[in-house]
Write a new protein. Sequence first.
Length: 213
Amino acid sequence: MAEEDQRAPAAVVFDTLGIAYERAFATSGPHLASLSWLLDHLMPGSRVLDVGSGTGRPTAEALARAGHRVLGVDVSPVMVDLAARQVPDAEFQVADIRELPLEDGSFEAICVYFSLLQMSRAEQRDVVGALARALRPGGLAVLATVPVDVADTETEFMGQPVRVSSFSPKEFARLATDAGLTVLYEGHATFVPAHPDAGPEPHLFLYCRRTAH
């Protein structure tokens, strides 16, 4: 088996895309707005987990610049290398969030921007549950996805073949609440990535708080 075939499919895709992904999504107003919400509500020096941290921009960069302690994890070594060079004040790790041990209550905030899509529905439920437990009670989370009712479907993303699973908006919100998160705000947008092989995408942003008990 070729080495590439042994790796997570998402790692192959995002190793290929590299900095092009950042350029395609850098102008997302709803993404930037969700970061502003986090920055407005986090205590100074909060510990934040950025799941699928990509190139480190804009998420880890904005949080680290504000003085928060950021851990970014991504399955793509190319992305992690870019992030470490672009955002030296944050920590980055090549890791699959499905396999990463997370201590309960160890983060004040968690960001998940579109990094669940190449997981199965069952894996997404498990991951969001683990992430919710990794938040301290009252901790904050932003979950963003493409809210379409598909399971293990082949498609193309920025010219790369991908296999995706997702949920309708209602079911994705239910996934969050089932994990022990309270959805404080549900934002919908249509975004067109700045890339010749990308088309309009529906985006859903959930601003959440871990139930304090």
